[in-house]
Ligand binder design. Sequence first.
Ligand SMILES: Nc1ncnc2c1ncn2[C@@H]1O[C@H](COP(=O)(O)OP(=O)(O)OP(=O)(O)O)[C@@H](O)[C@H]1O
Length: 267
Amino acid sequence: MSGGSGLPRIRIRGLSKRFNSNVVLEDVDLDIMPGQSTTIIGMSGSGKSVLIKCILGLIKPDSGEILIDGENWLQLEEQELLLRMRRIGMLFQGAALFDSLSVWENVAFALLQQNTGKEEARERAIEVLEWVGLHDIADLMPAELSGGMAKRVGLARTICHKPDIVFFDEPTTGLDPIMSDVINRLIVRLHKDSGTTMLSITHDLKSAAMISDHIALLCHGRIHRQIPSSELDSDQDPMLRQFVEGRAQGPINCSHWGKKIEEAIQR
Ligand SMILES: Nc1ncnc2c1ncn2[C@@H]1O[C@H](COP(=O)(O)OP(=O)(O)OP(=O)(O)O)[C@@H](O)[C@H]1O
């Protein structure tokens, strides 16, 4: 399904979410155009996961709009939302494979849910497993996989049903630098070959620069700055620089860490 020229595939307006007194998102605005790959970066606890969970309908925001191809998903009935979710792919941080299903059944999970025949689903699963370099493990169980293999199986599962929009939650967390590079390269290839719209969250700046064409800094509950990823090293915004250079001191308010830590880093 096309987003149409000029219309963002994902448009977020005034999105706010608090947990009791903890204000996590406060008036978040974000546009992602069709075929764009955007990565949200930000400190631990800045609300990156909460933002993605709001988009996926896993957390209900307090206010705001989430428009996908111009349609407000927050106003959809559950059944309608489930139908729309078929167009979405999601790679969770820990790959989140089902232990009781074989690798190919995990990969083809969305297809099997959509009543695709078993043989056709297995064929497609093996095709995407080949794409991630794992064609010979279709009948293994998740417990038999290494972390890097599980991540690649998770990636195969994310794209098996040919989604229009893909979300990546920390795609390289817990992987060694070489396996991280493999995953980054697969994501880049996916983006190049399919033109899928992508939204990722990560702490890994190398990964962010590689897999995305735009980078957005989530800070103090808002998208503070959005830049082309090619400008990550040259952009002079003080908060962005503090984050990129990994400095504890600077304009990003770290008060939620507690007074003791603040005092310690001032010394
Ligand atoms: N279900 C929840 N109930 C209460 N508080 C929550 C819930 N989910 C998240 N939070 C709080 O929201 C804030 C943002 O959490 P979130 O997981 O989105 O951060 P993050 O930017 O993804 O961090 P990290 O990079 O460490 O994964 C944190 O203060 C967290 O404690």
